[in-house]
Design a protein around this ligand. Structure first.
Ligand code: C5P
Length: 247
């Protein structure tokens, strides 16, 4: 079954619903247009609210990137992916690439085993951007963070995943090395007028798209804006007509 890709997709902004309660998340959704963005649900909101919230988000017309970063033995990850893929609201989900080839193969296979509906996109997490070269050495890894990210992204491509999450700073390298058609999803996006908050290396929306990103994860610049809808419009305006078609 085909993946949930719209080739001429205009919804390239994924708004991160980093909230602790359903009420806060749904309040924000009430101020956004589902034709202009998708949303990301991570560990905090999902653990607090569960899969019912994903169905409610879907009922309101939004597609969800379920950011739970599965990482376990292949059988367990396959079960989790199957459960996520059975939820009609899940458009994209992710797994840790460092779970290894068998786990990645199992995740891809499980995403496809649903009856009749399009499968969710499965993307890999390479090296967490909170880890630097020193942290990797401490974990017993010989590669530097950038080399490790490329090696794991290549593994994801070989295993048939749809793409990876990466920092915008890595997007150009990954696009060059891995070619077109492999989705790059990048957080850490800021306009000049936005605060960086805890993000260290940020990139502007148009710059990230030019570097090869397909989807941009944007949190606080939209969710904490006085007018979230206007902030989203501004991000969409910056990348309008610049994002490549997907296939
Ligand atoms: O508010 P902000 O735009 O910084 O939110 C970015 C979102 O992307 C958050 O949900 C954060 O957890 C996520 N993320 C990130 N950096 C990564 C991976 C995910 O900022 N490397």
């Amino acid at each position: 079954m085909d993946a949930k890709i719209e080739p001429d997709d205009t919804r390239r902004i994924i708004v991160a619903l980093d909230f602790a309660t359903e009420r806060a998340a749904l309040d924000l959704l009430g101020r956004l247009d589902p034709a202009k963005c998708r949303v990301k649900v991570g560990k905090e909101l999902f653990t607090a609210c569960g899969p019912g919230l994903l169905r409610e988000i879907h009922r309101r017309g939004f597609a969800t990137f379920l950011d739970l970063k599965f990482h376990d033995i292949p059988n367990t990850v396959a079960g989790a992916v199957r459960a996520a893929a059975a939820n009609p609201g899940v458009w994209m989900l992710n797994v840790h690439a460092s779970g290894g080839r068998a786990m990645l193969d199992a995740a891809v296979a499980a995403s496809q085993s649903q009856n009749g509906s399009a499968r969710p996109l499965v993307i890999g997490v390479t090296v967490l951007t909170s880890l630097n070269d020193v942290d990797l050495a401490e974990l017993g890894l010989r590669n530097r963070a950038r080399e490790q990210a490329l090696a794991l992204a290549r593994l994801c491509l070989e295993a048939g995943l749809d793409g990876v999450v990466c920092s915008a700073a890595e997007a150009a390298l990954l696009r060059r090395e891995l070619g077109p058609g492999f989705l790059l999803v990048t957080p850490g996006i800021r306009r000049p007028e936005d605060g960086k908050e805890d993000q260290k290396r940020t990139m502007g929306p148009a710059e990230a798209i030019a570097a090869g990103a397909d989807y941009l994860v944007v949190g606080r610049p939209v969710t904490r804006a006085e007018n979230p809808s206007a902030a989203l419009e501004s991000f969409c305006g910056e990348i309008h007509g610049k994002a490549p078609n997907l296939s």
